[in-house]
Design a binder for this molecule. Sequence first.
Ligand code: URA
Length: 433
Amino acid sequence: MRIYDIILKKRYGEELTDEEIEFFVTNASKGDIENYQITALLMAICFNGMTERETATLTMCMARSGDIVDLSSIDGYTVDKHSTGGVGDKTTLIVAPIVAALGGKVAKMSGRGLGHTGGTVDKLESIEGFQTTLSGDAFLSQVNRIGLSVIGQSGDLAPADKKLYALRNDTATVDSIPLIASSIMSKKLAAGSKGIVLDVKTGSGAFMKSVEESVALAKAMVKIGKAAGRDTVAVITDMDIPLGNAVGNSLEVIEAVETLKGNGCEDLTTVCLELAANMLTLVTGKDKASCLEMAKGAIADGSALRKLREMVEAQGGNPTWIDNTELFPKAEFTYEIKAQADGYISFMNAEKIGVSSLLLGAGRNTNKDVLDFTAGIILNKKTGDKVMAGDVLATLYTNTESKIPAAAKKFNEALVISSDPVKKQPLIYLTVN
Ligand code: URA
């Protein structure tokens, strides 16, 4: 078998056999296929797509390229959640404790920030002492003891995806449905949970910009999950507007704690309750409406907040920072973005707001960049809101004053203010199962 022939076949839009896909993944992982040949095939897949069978085979080959986590020693129903990535998306910090407080076993491996999108591991590391690397035994025993652990992805989880993803990032081949579906699902299958709830984002801050594309991605991922014997559900949620009011690592942890205290803003609370209810449906077998009430109850009675505190303490973090979020260090410099005219915010480009936060120090331009955990943005106004000239629309936070002008410019580019009132858009579009 020759990689040249496989590239040519896909270039002509033909279907690859399981053996050809396996040959590609195995040899690409071993370094036996040149990067230019890997990227040629990835580009051909972007143009010509893959059938369901090809996508499922690619996913399974990538999942098997490294460790498959064995969660069988966990007593109870293991459930995972994955977001396709967004701005201000701190849902894991809220949803995972809710579900664990209600009996679900959440053994979660999360990622770091990617491009304009934030990552749960970076957020958790903004809590003093919090360890995102645990040994396999410590991870499993914590989940058995308290029902919850969130750690960083081990280097050996789907290493083939790691290699392909890095090349896709550099060759404009990220936004292809079979490539995204196989990339995400290979890691979810390797991470071992029985139930998987996928939060598929749609809009300007997401990889999929339209609802139609997001539904197609959701369907592809749900099919792969079910074919692999996992209970899989996808919820399409809005990412045209950043989620919640905080963007940036410690700012988002503080907002997550406030949400678990019942003081969260409406959009963030609604999306979190919807995701938690879907996870609880898998865990308990009860209907969605009952699970929604249970999730609300875990916020109201404080059990979900106590579960977050328990996880922080178990992983070496300082739990008093959860009791009193004033203990999080504050950025040295702040800058207010003010409205230039009266009107209504008719559009906020979530991706540009994510980039503005990155420019303040909350994200990385390269792997070597060190994060400023205090950096980010607090939004006072969002799409649909009425504003008067001089109103503070947002406050920027950073420890490096020289970063403010570029970040403020990017933030202003993200906003469109119009004179006519604007209709609010849906937060939750549909569920695919
Ligand atoms: N997240 C992933 O893990 N992979 C993709 O391809 C896109 C988003």
